[in-house]
Structures are given as C-alpha cells and as structure tokens.
Design a protein around this ligand. Structure first.
Ligand code: FMN
Length: 220
C-alpha cells in the first residue's frame, strides 16, 4: 500500500482483534520510530501487550475494546504541532503495513501508560494500534471552501493538497484549520484556538504536503 492509499484508507479504529502484530512489522515500526525521534526530538515509544491504558472507564466511554498496543508520544508542553506532524507520519506508515490506528488524547488511562519520561516531558498523546475488527469509516467533512482560501481560481495542486488534508484525523473531527494560498507558492496554515487544534494542524499539514506531491511550495 502506498502512502497515498494509506491516506485514503485510514480511519480511526477503536475495536481491535487479538491478532498479534508480526515481529517483522514490529521491527519496521521500531526503525521508523527511531528515525522520527531523531528528526523531531520527540519521545515516541511503541508499547505492546499493555491492556490497562485502554480498559478503564474513559476507554469504555470512548468505545475502545481489545487495544493492547499503542504508540505513546511524550514531550514538554508547547510541542503540539510537532506531535501531530510526526505522529501522523507513524499513523500512515502503520496503515501501509496493514495496521489500524486511532489518535487518543482523552479517552484512555494516562496513569496506566508505562512511559519512559525524560526531564520536563509529559505523555501528550497515544495512538491505538493493531488489527481492527473493521477498518473504520469515512468521517464527515466541512465544505472545502470553509477550510481554505485562494485569491482567484484554485490551482489544481492546491485542490489536491486540500483533498488530502481533509482525509486527516482531527480531535472530535473538529477540522479547526484553514489553509490560505498566498501568492503562487506560499501557504499559510492556521489553527483555531480550540484545544488540540495545534496538534490537528501538524497532522493536516503532513497530509497537505503529501497531497501537494512534487509541487514546490513554502509554508508562510
Ligand atoms: C489529536 C487527536 C485526538 C483525538 N483524541 C481522541 C480521543 O481521545 N478519543 C477518541 O475516541 N478519538 C480521538 N480522536 C479521533 C477522532 O475522533 C477522529 O480522528 C475523528 O473523529 C475523525 O475520524 P477519522 O479519524 O476516522 O477520520 C482524536 C483525534 C486526534 C487527531
């Protein structure tokens, strides 16, 4: 599966089967995590066979079941955009390996997560991982006009990038982001003040970059 197919096929999955993740996939995920940690400075861990984070009241309330594997992203406060950007790289990579995921910031037991925290870090988000009972379903989208702005006619590449951005997961499906094309090749990306909107912004920026393909643009 290509990263583009992964973007189209990824949906949040909250119910998992007990099929173990194959050792070769675990190794691939660990290698990817190592590269992403080195690039971002974030502390990303793959936590396996740990049922407690997704078996408490909050997880039940969030309709989670069978989740015993997850990524844990720890960082100091103020790193939400990076967490979203690099975490989504991992989400789409996992999808290319045939695995399902779900970003989670609220409906899990944070205290149960055996994170190896460094000075000043907190667990900021986890991402459920495994073989889903189903593959999830497409989320509802706001109209594209509500999520972007262009002077004049929208260039084809910008439209494709927006379509990719709109497949991205956002907290509570809030889609509290806006991309504005400035001149020919600068794009301003903005998040609303909503909680987790900055984390969402990192996620949607990664999708936007993928959707833009080979077109060279700069973040304004
Ligand atoms: C930053 C972030 C935090 C999220 N936190 C939770 C959560 O605590 N519990 C949950 O069930 N889903 C959570 N989600 C999943 C969203 O509800 C889901 O991505 C959104 O409804 C869009 O659906 P999709 O991922 O299937 O496209 C979160 C998503 C993001 C991006």
């Amino acid at each position: 599966m290509t990263i583009y197919e992964a973007m189209a096929e990824r949906h949040s999955v909250r119910k998992y089967t007990d099929r173990p993740i194959e050792e070769e996939k675990v190794l691939l995920l660990k290698t990817e995590i190592e590269a992403l940690c080195a690039e971002s400075g974030l502390n990303i861990e793959l936590i396996m066979n740990e049922p407690k984070a997704f078996s408490g009241t909050l997880a039940k309330y969030g309709h989670f079941s069978g989740c015993t594997n997850y990524f844990c992203i720890s960082a100091p406060d103020g790193k939400d955009e990076e967490i979203g950007y690099f975490g989504e790289k991992l989400v789409l990579y996992a999808q290319t390996l045939g695995l399902n995921t779900c970003w989670v910031v609220l409906t899990y037991s944070k205290r149960a997560v055996p994170a190896n925290l460094r000075e000043g870090e907190k667990v900021q988000a986890v991402i459920a991982l495994g073989y889903g009972v189903h593959c999830g379903k497409e989320h509802r989208n706001k109209p594209m006009e509500a999520l972007c702005a262009c002077e004049g006619e929208m260039p084809e590449w910008f439209g494709k990038a927006m379509e990719a951005a709109m497949t991205a997961p956002t907290a509570l499906n809030q889609q509290a982001f806006k991309f504005t094309l400035v001149g020919e090749n600068k794009v301003k990306a903005e998040a609303s003040g909503a909680r987790y909107a900055k984390m969402d912004l990192g996620i949607v920026k990664y999708h936007f970059e993928l959707g833009a393909g080979d077109v060279k643009f700069e973040w304004a």
